[in-house]
Structure formats: structure tokens, C-alpha cells
Design a protein around this ligand. Sequence first.
Ligand code: NAD
Ligand code: 4TP
Length: 316
Amino acid sequence: MKPTIALTLGDPAGVGPEIVARICHDEEVRAACRLLVIGRSMLLSAGALACNLPEPEVDMVEAGQGAEIKPGLPSAASGRQAGAFIEKACELCLNGQAQAMVTAPISKEALQKGGYADTGHTTMLARLTGVKRPVMMLAGSHLKVIPVTVHVAIKDVPGLLTRELIIETAQVAMADIIKFFGIKNPRLAVAALNPHAGEQGLFGDEESRVIEPAVQYLREKGINAQGPFSPDTVFFRASKGEFDFVLCMYHDQGLIPMKLLNFYDGVNVTLGLPLIRTSVDHGTAYDIAGTGKARADSLKSAVMLAAKMAKKAFPD
Ligand SMILES: NC(=O)c1ccc[n+]([C@@H]2O[C@H](COP(=O)([O-])OP(=O)(O)OC[C@H]3O[C@@H](n4cnc5c(N)ncnc54)[C@H](O)[C@@H]3O)[C@@H](O)[C@H]2O)c1
Ligand SMILES: N[C@H](C(=O)O)[C@H](O)COP(=O)(O)O
């Protein structure tokens, strides 16, 4: 049976309604899964109109309160709706009405203006499902990266990086990667924090103090982790096939190379949840919202991957 995918519209002031409308007309997507769009039908219609597409014929679950939304203008109301769509999709996955959820982009600022304390989907879904350590993975055909610290100020990164956090992040990620992606012994490269991996302590000691002991522990536990490697070359090496995944010490360390190589078809996957969630790798693109210019490739990759993961988790 085709898995049902709960697909949220994202922040309604962003490009979400447009890319969702595009996906609803995609034959390959329709063959791989049953889409269940979560949002407001008026928004989906407006997205289709902006893209010059016919009204999508798709199952829909109405969620959120009605509000006046203007493309390109995020607000408390758009954030509130975006949050309600995520809550509904999560609920449908937890009660078995959907086998996976895929999210169109939201703005963390609008979400917070809308009354949510979360810093994005990842932390919101962790809160809703009672998970302590959700793990973000950005997966592209050339590069797959897993940041250890995520939406935090750069000045806070060294203080947040602990041996335990690195170990837990890697263990959660590897467990789900083995389960969903069928890779038996994933080759995990661990990036250093400092230039040239600290150059033997000349430029910082996080490598010897925190990262090396974590890698050592992971290896003792049977995880094929290597490093810490110089951040300036480890992504090149991984992109050429030497490693399957790179564990990164902070958000931009991993997401810059990943988006540079895979912006249009990259997928954001949340690991460690009791449900399957994938998302686009791009943001709300307010600068082009309402113009019909947004590409739906990343959303298509996210839906196709979610369908594949759901088939693995819920075989016929
Ligand atoms: N999955 C998510 O929910 C997610 C992911 C990343 C960023 N965000 C949020 O999005 C907001 C805006 O972030 P940003 O401006 O840094 O990044 P962005 O990805 O929204 O935009 C960066 C540039 O890429 C272009 N772009 C983005 N998506 C595109 C698409 N599908 N087709 C064509 N061009 C596209 C935009 O027009 C813009 O020029 C922020 O609030 C951020 O937190 C959300
Ligand atoms: N760091 C993610 C990215 O750039 O793709 C992103 O902001 C989305 O985060 P959530 O999945 O937590 O909303």
C-alpha cells in the first residue's frame, strides 16, 4: 500500500503553498504515496494560482485559524498557522493516520511571534513527542551532514560542545541511518571545531579535550567514526565518497558546503523521533513568495525520501 504523507503548507506567507501545489501535480510523487495536505485550502488554491496551475485534487485536512496572509509578509498570524499545521501533521503520524510527515519551510521568528517557544520544526517535534535528543541531518546526493549544535549563537558553540553531546548525536543518527537507509556500517567523519583541527593545540583544545575522546568512545562502541578532521577538507573528502556522513560541530560548518552542493534537491531529515519527518533544505524565500518562481525540487526529494522511509518502517 502507498504510504500516506502528511504534507504541511509551512509558513503561509512563504513559498510553501506554491511548492506544495506544484508537488500535488507531480506524477512521480502521486505514484509513490498518498498526499494529505495539512493547512488551509484557500492557501493551497492561492499557491496553485500563483504558479499558474489548476486547483490540486488532493486530500486535505484543514488546520489553524483563518487569518489575512500576504505573501512575503510573515506575521504572528502566519507563524501561528504554521505551528498549527505542524501540530496536526504530528498528531496524524502519532495516531497512525499518516506514515510520515513532510514540512514546507517556516520562519522561526514568525513561529515565535505566533506564540511558540520552539526554534524550528526539529525542537517543536521533539517537544511534541517527548524526545530529548532529536538529530538534524541535511542529506544531498553529494554530501550528508549532521550538526551537533544547531540553532544557537556561534559564541555559544564551544561551551555547548561536550563529549556526551557528540556521542549522543552520533549514536541517535547512526541508529536511524542503519534502520532507514540500509547502510550496514556507515562511515562517519567527525569534523574538528578549530582551523586545521587545532594544529596540535595551537588554535584551541576542543579537539584533544572533547572531540577525540568522543570519537574514541564511538569506535569502542562499534561505530565507524573517524576524526576529528580539518573542517576545511573533510567535506571535500566526503563529497568524493571517502565518508558517508560528516558530523559537524555547528550549523553553518556543515550546512554551507551541503547547500552549496545540493541546494535544490537537499533534504532535511529529523532523526531520533518516533515518527518520520523530512523537509526542504531551503527557507521560506519571502523575496519570491507569491510569484510562482519557487522550485519544488527539494520538496519533491523530501516527499520521495519520506515515502521510501515509510515503506521501510511499514512494510506491506
Ligand atoms: N525547513 C525549514 O523550515 C527552513 C529551512 C531553512 C531556513 N528556514 C527559514 O527560512 C527563513 C528565510 O531564510 P533565508 O532567507 O536565509 O533562506 P531561504 O532559503 O529562504 O532563501 C535564500 C535564497 O534562496 C532562494 N530560494 C529559497 N528557496 C527557493 C526555491 N524553492 N526556489 C528558488 N529559490 C529559492 C530565495 O529566493 C533566496 O534568494 C528563515 O526564517 C529561516 O529560519 C526554514
Ligand atoms: N537548519 C535547517 C536548514 O537550514 O535547513 C532549518 O533551519 C530548518 O530547521 P527545522 O527543521 O528545525 O525547522
